[in-house]
Design a protein around this ligand. Structure first.
Ligand code: LLP
Length: 417
């Protein structure tokens, strides 16, 4: 559930009228709802408390990494799942607790590993044997012990889009679960490593619970097998991946998801780490855009808006469907079926196709469910300054990222002498 609602013809973000926000801050504009973020985070936290699970929620920073959002989550007690030194810098700058950070990703550099060790992170989610050697070498040079988990690939079909499915054996993530024992035994012999746990992440936008349970079953078998060999783990990181409602999907909510996992974890003295990104942020944000022109080619109608694939790439990249609604409903405007497209010079530049909308030029549209993998995947393609980001809190709104300027676009560029 989120706090974007219509009252009469007006769309509200909490108690702020979205049209007012667009007037005040301009478009394209990302608008986030603080109450929604809090609600989603607490759903995970409370479900764990109810189930009596020792847990750590590590919000996946890649979903939306604005300092204002990270700071809000840090204040709620969240940890963070990072995939780069840049994300760690953001977490620390936002007041996040390094001891609640897990570091995922297949290509960590020595420099990033050093930075994370210096900061004192909770754990590295190691994705290969080569990475074990690299982390060990960096830890040795620093005369410290690196906390590690091995990311295993349980070979579960998450039934999601191929680009965002990560738990199958033919993709680049993790190590095959069948090889895990051997690799753990190897790691156990390395003096500058401290084996903490096991990690898996099978994909994103999962709308059913069964693949999570199948993966957990396989991981638990491994945990028991490792214990028989004297390797006792203190946590299981179940990754992220819980889906959201974009187009009527009915994914389990965090409460149901946690409760289902808890049934498998009963009686085990082991901490559970979660890495949710989308489930916390997607429906906590919208992208507001203004209609520049309406245009008809042959029998196709286009709404050309001021947001584009550089602002929100999910439709272009994954053919992702996100709801597009009028910010203000005008009963005197008649509806028409439009492709909602941006000004970028690519045929793939669309936000939505075949949408029935009652609009005229100058109206505002909101792309819903844009809070995760929206701004963070945005770019300056076509030399378009990136959008501003605003967080609403009740009747207040705060700029959490200023709109980029043309000077920002060319910062650091130089002509030859
Ligand atoms: N942990 C790891 C190791 C991950 O790779 C991911 C996402 C997450 C956690 C968070 O997953 P979530 O709870 O958000 O599903 N750009 C794509 C999604 C890519 C997800 C990548 N990994 C999209 O817009 O749909």
């Amino acid at each position: 559930m989120d706090f974007f609602q219509r009252q009469q013809q007006h769309l509200f973000a909490e108690q702020c009228q979205v049209a007012d926000l667009a007037r005040q801050y301009g478009t394209p504009l990302y608008v986030y709802s603080k109450a929604t973020i809090e609600r989603h985070y607490r759903a995970f936290a409370d479900a764990n408390k109810t189930a009596g699970l020792e847990h750590l929620i590590c919000y996946a920073v890649k979903a939306s990494s604005n300092l204002g959002i990270l700071n809000l989550l840090a204040r709620l007690g969240s940890g963070f799942d990072i995939v780069s030194g840049g994300e760690l810098a953001r977490v620390l700058k936002a007041g996040g607790d390094a001891s609640k950070v897990v570091f995922s990703g297949v290509g960590k550099t020595s420099e990033e590993i050093r930075y994370a060790l210096q900061a004192g992170i909770h754990c590295f989610n190691v994705e290969s044997e080569a990475e074990i050697a690299r982390i060990h070498a960096v830890a040795e040079a620093m005369q410290t012990k690196a906390p590690i988990s091995l990311r295993v690939n349980p070979d579960v079909d998450a039934g999601t889009h191929p680009y965002i499915s990560t738990g199958l054996k033919d993709n680049k993530f993790g190590v095959p679960i069948s090889e895990a024992l051997r690799i753990y035994q190897l790691a156990a012999q390395l003096p500058y490593l401290d084996i903490q746990g096991v990690d898996c992440h099978i994909g994103s936008q999962l709308t059913e619970i069964q693949p999570f349970l199948d993966a957990l079953d396989r991981v638990l078998m491994l945990v028991d097998h490792l214990a028989e060999h004297g390797i006792v783990l203190s946590h299981i990181d179940v990754g992220g991946g819980l889906g959201v409602d974009y187009q009527g999907e009915q994914p389990p909510n965090p409460t149901e998801y946690v409760a289902a996992l808890a049934t498998k974890l009963q009686g085990r003295d082991i901490k559970v780490v979660y890495e949710p990104g989308r489930a916390i942020m997607a429906n906590a944000g919208i992208l507001v855009t203004e209609v520049e022109f309406l245009k008809t080619n042959e029998d196709k109608h286009f709404a050309i808006v001021d947001a584009a694939m550089n602002d929100l790439i999910r439709p272009a990249l994954y053919q992702a469907w996100q709801e597009i609604i009028e910010v203000e409903r005008n009963p005197h405007t008649s509806a028409q079926v439009y492709d909602v497209v941006g000004p970028v010079c690519e045929t793939g530049d669309f936000l939505g196709k075949d949408r029935s909308l009652a609009i005229v030029a100058g109206d505002l549209l909101a792309v819903r469910s844009a809070g995760a993998y929206g701004f963070t995947m945005s770019s300056n393609y076509n030399s378009r300054p990136r959008a501003a980001e605003v967080m609403v809190d009740g009747a207040q709104s705060y700029v959490i990222r200023e709109r980029e300027t043309f000077d920002d676009l060319i910062k650091g560029e130089h002509c030859l002498p």
